[in-house]
Design a protein around this ligand. Sequence first.
Ligand code: 13P
Length: 342
Amino acid sequence: MNADILKKTAKEMVAAGKGLLASDESSTTCKKRFDSVGVECTEENRRQYRQLQVMAPDLEKYVSGIILHDETIRQKNDVGENFAAVLAKRGVLPGIKVDAGLDDLALHPGEQVTKGLDGLRERLIEYKTFGAMFAKWRATYVVGQNLPSKAAIHANAHAMARYAAYCQEQTIVPIVEPEVLIDGEHSIEQCYEATVAAQKMLFEELKGQDVFLEGTILKASMVIAGKKAAKQSTPQEVAEWTIKCLKEAVPANLAGVVFLSGGQGDEQATANLDAMNKIGGTPWPLTFSYARAIQNPALKLWSEDTKGNVAKAQAALIYRAQMNSLAASGKYESDLETKRPY
Ligand code: 13P
């Protein structure tokens, strides 16, 4: 492990006005997204869609890194250059999702634990040869009556800490992602309770495995009412509850916090991040690591003409990245949406 490189990479990932683009959907998730717009989910279509993102003009102005999938890090653009190498040349950090998805947690119906520790060291060594500078591991929690359970929180936190240690052993910055799912009728208070418990346990376990926090990034879910809750949360509420949660659970020496969009609307995810940064005063930069909230309009445009609409789709992708870059500095205004190119 090289602590200086870990620290430098983590800092770059959350540099002022920049965030991450998550483009690491598994083929199953990718199929869901492609099905929703009527594109066939073949390996070649996935390659073309990923190429559109990796090659988007001006990407490096707003995006510090892209999280790739195992399939994507092995793919090349039309002129035979590896995607990871193209990104590195542009000054965008290549990252890799390394968890192996979710498994049902034994004795805990409805809850899941993330797989992927077996063979992880060897996979990380291989990803490094492709140029991966950081990695991601996602755990999920359902909010409900007596959920998430202590067992689910503990099992996932422990696995995430072991994953983070493997990453740092190879000088790869770990992103730890304890996602409290937005599905459900729960209130913002219930989301807060679940999120703070999951994050606290995660940092205990990270400490237990001697993980170097200055070289670690937290990918957090925002504290927000469930999608089906009677009372939906305003950006101000999301910002206040999320910052309260982070201040309670997250050590000040962590390198940074990035957020997932989790099924929020595109503009909602931007407005919520912006509200947090308008409050400010946290010891860590707060920025984005969105998949859907950056990709949605681009995917739709591309699906309408996968050959002819590449430039239009790229402009849409970059516009959302730019709006989120402004939100990462608390400088987003909803009026800007009238200027969008889609
Ligand atoms: P969403 O922003 O679509 O939630 O995806 C982020 C992500 O990487 C989930 O692991």
